[in-house]
Design a protein around this ligand. Structure first.
Ligand SMILES: [Zn+2]
Ligand SMILES: [Zn+2]
Ligand SMILES: [Zn+2]
Length: 511
């Protein structure tokens, strides 16, 4: 390898030497420190040089139209002159490129005429450092022995991650108590991480699903999105080693009552246990650094966000924010009290909560208050969430998006004359049969009464309404006054069936 490189470089420089001095005798430039094979190469080059000279001579001869003898004589004279004019004299060797663990370095020295000589420096080779093996435990993965270069930091022998290791006796680990893993679950191997992800239930028929952090001698690090969607087991243990619970991983597992989450789980995707309507007991390991459980709810430690609420309606101490999906599909939720420490209640938090009967807010909460079984934001007087027994108090300025969505027990409601807008999907999927839209309303959001059963809508101000939106129907009459809203039956049809996906706007006209 080195010899080939060297020869190639020497030939290159020897050729440039030929350009510098066509008739270099060779002896004058012999470098005593140069490796022995240089002379061989140079003599080859010299031959080439001479033949070049001959060619040149011939050409000159033809051009000069003189006799061959004369021309030859001239050439010889020229050559002799060049030989006496310059003898290469090289300076000291200088390092051009330092050698590394795996690459040669380069030395060069130069004659004042610009001619260079090059030599190579041997590669240094790696400096191996042993990386010790780490034994796995019940909670921590291990590592096989490896090697690394302390100079270039390159991994020479890669360490393989060993999965968590339990000592199963009977049906559980004798050290940590984790139950023996379920068999038959389906896994996907990820070559990038040399680990597995649980994809679905496979052939497993266990009533109690145990997802272990070890499969086939490799770590299992995650549970895929919707992996166990709509399955029938009644409890699940997410074992040590699992880091990620994918979005909707256990959504609609309606028989699940108990969930146990290990200390290694670092990320829980959205809607993890949505619509698990029989969920009663949720526990996260005390050693988990990302989540904790309290009152059978899951809270994200860093953000104090409620990730998973519970049908008991108790919001744990310390929760500041209610997550967007905290109560998603929690059909069993009947009564909810917002404590004083909650500062944010998103509109979508109660999607699918069809059974709420009572709502209240701690009087000490600085951001929200309750009245008539409604949760109302203090500084805007926007109704955030209502329920089937709500009475909207006068003073509420707006009914927020989804405020009553999915309240299937809501059959009638009175909107006070202080309300100026009804948010998107505010009453979608309620059981309203009739409603009166007061004069004060200037806007009704998209899908506001979608999927209701209204047969009668009374507009206190039935004229000067327009509908707009992206729906095809809206475009048809975009900007045109909606025809007769005087007839409550007709009005119900327009609001709920014909232009239900449009935004309704009421523009007051003077006189
Ligand atoms: Zn020179
Ligand atoms: Zn190295
Ligand atoms: Zn164990």
């Amino acid at each position: 390898m080195k010899n080939k490189l060297f020869t190639a470089l020497t030939v290159l420089f020897a050729l440039s030497l030929a350009a510098c001095n066509v008739s270099d005798g060779g002896d004058t430039t012999t470098d005593t420190t140069a490796p022995t094979d240089v002379s061989t190469v140079e003599s080859t080059v010299q031959t080439e040089t001479q033949s070049e000279t001959e060619v040149e001579t011939t050409t000159e001869t033809a051009a000069a139209t003189e006799t061959e003898t004369t021309a030859e004589t001239e050439t010889v004279i020229e050559t002799e002159e060049a030989t006496t004019v310059h003898t290469h004299l090289y300076g000291e060797w200088a390092v051009m490129t330092k050698p590394t663990c795996t690459n040669y370095g380069k030395l060069a020295r130069e004659c004042e005429c610009g001619d260079k000589k090059v030599d190579l420096l041997d590669e240094l080779g790696h400096t191996e450092v042993l990386l010790e093996a780490v034994a796995p435990s019940c909670t921590e993965t291990g590592l096989t022995e490896g090697k690394r270069c302390s100079t270039c930091k390159k991994t020479l022998v890669k360490q393989t991650v060993l999965p968590v290791l339990h000592d199963y006796v009977d049906n559980a680990c004798s050290k940590c108590g984790e139950p023996t893993p379920s068999e038959g679950l389906k896994y996907t191997y990820n070559s990038n991480t040399d680990s597995y992800t649980v994809t679905n239930i496979g052939t497993c028929t266990d009533d109690h699903i145990v997802i272990s952090g070890s499969y086939n001698g490799k770590p299992v690090t995650g549970i895929d999105e919707f992996a166990f969607w709509n399955e029938e087991f009644t409890s699940v243990t997410i074992g040590n080693g699992i880091k990620i619970i994918g979005e909707g991983a256990f959504e609609s597992c309606i028989n699940v009552t108990d969930v146990t989450i290990s200390q290694t789980v670092q990320h829980i995707g959205e809607y993890p246990f949505s619509s698990c309507e029989n969920l009663e007991s949720v526990s996260v390991s005390h050693a988990n650094d990302y989540y904790y459980s309290d009152d059978n709810c899951i809270v994200e430690l860093q953000t104090s966000k409620l990730i998973l609420g519970n049908k008991n309606g108790i919001i744990p101490e310390g929760v500041k924010v209610i997550g967007e999906q905290a109560f998603f599909g929690c059909t069993g939720l009947k009564s909810l009290t917002i404590p004083d420490h909650v500062t944010k209640i998103p509109a979508a938090a109660f999607i699918g909560c069809s059974g709420i009967e009572s709502l209240s807010v701690s009087p000490d909460n600085p951001y929200y208050y309750s009245s008539g079984n409604c949760i109302i934001e203090k500084n805007t007087n926007v109704l955030i969430r209502g329920c089937q027994n709500s009475i909207i108090p006068y003073g509420v300025t707006a009914i927020g998006p989804r405020a009553f969505s999915d309240c299937i027990g809501l059959t009638e409601i009175t909107i006070p004359n202080s309300v100026t807008s009804i948010g998107d999907r505010a009453f979608s999927f309620c059981s309203l049969k009739s409603i009166t839209i007061p004069e004060s309303i200037l806007q009704i959001g998209e899908y506001a009464f979608d999927l209701c059963r209204m047969t009668s809508v009374t507009f206190e101000h039935p004229t000067t309404w327009t509908v707009t939106g992206f729906d095809e129907n809206c475009d048809e009459i975009n900007g045109v006054t909606v025809p007769s809203l005087n007839d409550p039956e007709q009005a119900a049809k327009y609001l709920q069936d014909v232009y239900f996906a449009c935004k309704w706007t009421h523009i007051w006209t003077v006189g």
